[in-house]
Design a protein around this ligand. Structure first.
Ligand SMILES: Cc1cc2nc3c(=O)[nH]c(=O)nc-3n(C[C@H](O)[C@H](O)[C@H](O)COP(=O)(O)OP(=O)(O)OC[C@H]3O[C@@H](n4cnc5c(N)ncnc54)[C@H](O)[C@@H]3O)c2cc1C
Length: 417
């Protein structure tokens, strides 16, 4: 499972800017008592924000507040909601549904955080696969025949039965390619084992990568420069080098490519050209090593599930979670350190720092508003971060999402699907 973090560390560089006037003073949020200052302010109550708050509160003893814009929902993408009809109330879960490595100690980052913070993982239902249905041109689905068609198959986890299923639907050659490729990744000292030693969240794409990577130095040394390069490069490079060496039938390879594009998309929202090898290799192990399975919390992800445990874990140690907090901008001092945020029309201050985990949709707006209001900070410093937050990577993600959304709307409007 991939839980992505967007941590904005604004306390690193000294100011070089000319003097700017502070914005006019604003009322201060009164969460407990007047003039309350927290050690850490965390913006966004998604899995990222809550795990950051739980870690800071429980492991580092920091007094944290989590600010969430929604009136009542907590959990961000991973929230539950209830609808009622004459048959009674029904609880629905939004967001993540394909979860692995949660039911027992594993390399799953979320499971590791729960174990580290002594938080109880809620009871999980374990299941051994799921059904995939897809429609398209037969050749694009990896099937013999002309024109459009449907394909239906079961992804079977835990090392048993998936090969047979691939052979049944896509033929013997596709099964052989799949087995060879996954063996290559899962074999001892292969990419799976290496990827476990280098957690996905240390593989960042910016200039601070060297700082986070040093923590995984022992594992990196074991992998060697070549292994490290493979793990941090896009997965298509590794895939293509395997395919170019194999004696393949293009139709048989189509299934393999579709399957790994699908896994890549589940991890990063992109196909394999834009997904790093490490998380894909890790996911292949999580799904296809003997004994592995897929999990789902018995009571759902949010209510009574993972989100509830995180919320209780934060509150138990004195942390605060506050809804209806629309954070519009940041407060930066003359050293470019983020010392607080402006939520609605109030200022909330942080002694140690601010974690902004609001997602790519909100982040640029908050930074731009900070720049518009101005302050003592260095504008160039902030502009650089805005550029990063609005970079090509983010713009592409937005375009992909908007295209997918338009396609869904279009289909609803025409009434065809
Ligand atoms: C439909 C879907 C299915 C998915 N399926 C899976 C899956 O099967 N397996 C898996 O591992 N992962 C899955 N993911 C990915 C996973 O759910 C996300 O990576 C994860 O939940 C993101 O958590 P987050 O905390 O980073 O962000 P979010 O959950 O987006 O949280 C951001 C929070 O910030 C709040 N916020 C935004 N702006 C402001 C503001 N100005 N002021 C205050 N609050 C603000 C938002 O309201 C939100 O609550 C899925 C994602 C989606 C969308």
């Amino acid at each position: 499972m991939n839980v992505s973090y967007i941590l904005l560390l604004l306390a690193l560089l000294p100011s070089t800017s000319p003097f700017h006037l502070f914005p006019p003073p604003r009322p201060v949020l009164n969460l407990h008592s007047s003039q309350k200052k927290f050690d850490c302010v965390i913006v966004g109550s998604g899995l990222g924000g809550l795990t950051a708050a739980a870690t800071l509160q429980r492991l580092y003893g920091r007094d944290c507040v989590v600010l969430e814009q929604h009136e009542d929902a907590i959990g961000g993408v991973a929230h539950s909601f209830t609808l009622k009809n004459s048959a009674g109330p029904f609880q629905f879960d939004a967001g993540p549904s394909l979860l692995t490595g949660l039911s027992r100690p594993s390399y799953n980052p979320l499971r590791q955080i729960f174990d580290l913070l002594s938080l109880p993982m809620p009871p999980m239902i374990e299941y051994d696969g799921w059904k995939v249905q897809s429609k398209g041109e037969m050749k694009d689905l990896g099937l013999e025949g002309e024109g459009e068609g449907w394909v239906e198959f079961e992804v079977k986890t835990g090392g048993g039965g998936f090969g047979e299923e691939i052979e049944r639907v896509f033929g013997r050659e596709a099964m052989k390619l799949f087995t060879e490729f996954t063996d290559l990744i899962l074999e001892k000292n292969g990419l799976y084992e290496s990827s476990c030693g280098v957690p996905p969240f240390v593989l960042r794409g910016d200039k601070y990568a060297a700082i986070t990577l040093t923590r995984s130095l022992p594992s990196l040394l074991k992998i060697g420069p070549k292994g490290g390069k493979i793990l941090t490069s896009s997965f298509d490079k590794f895939y293509d080098s395997f395919i170019s060496k194999s004696d393949r039938n293009p139709l048989a390879e189509t299934f393999l490519r579709n399957y790994f594009n699908y896994l890549s998309f589940a991890l990063s929202g992109y196909t394999m050209e834009r997904t790093q090898t490490a998380p894909v290799a890790y996911m292949i192990g999580d799904l296809h090593l003997p004994g592995s399975s897929v999990n789902f919390p018995e009571k759902g992800t949010a209510l009574g599930g993972i989100i509830d445990v995180l919320v209780s874990g934060i509150k138990e140690k004195g942390g605060t979670i506050s809804n209806s907090e629309n954070v519009k901008s940041l407060i930066l001092n003359s050293s470019n350190k983020c010392i607080g945020v402006r939520s609605n029309d109030k200022d909330i201050f942080a002694r140690d720092g601010v974690v902004l985990n609001v997602g790519i949709w909100s982040l640029p707006g908050i930074l731009r508003e900070t720049l518009r209001i101005g302050g003592e900070f260095d504008e160039g410093f902030l502009r650089e971060r805005i550029e990063h937050a609005e970079g090509k990577h983010v713009k592409n993600a937005r375009k992909m999402f908007e295209r997918a959304f338009l396609t869904i709307c279009f289909r609803f409007n025409t009434g065809n699907e």
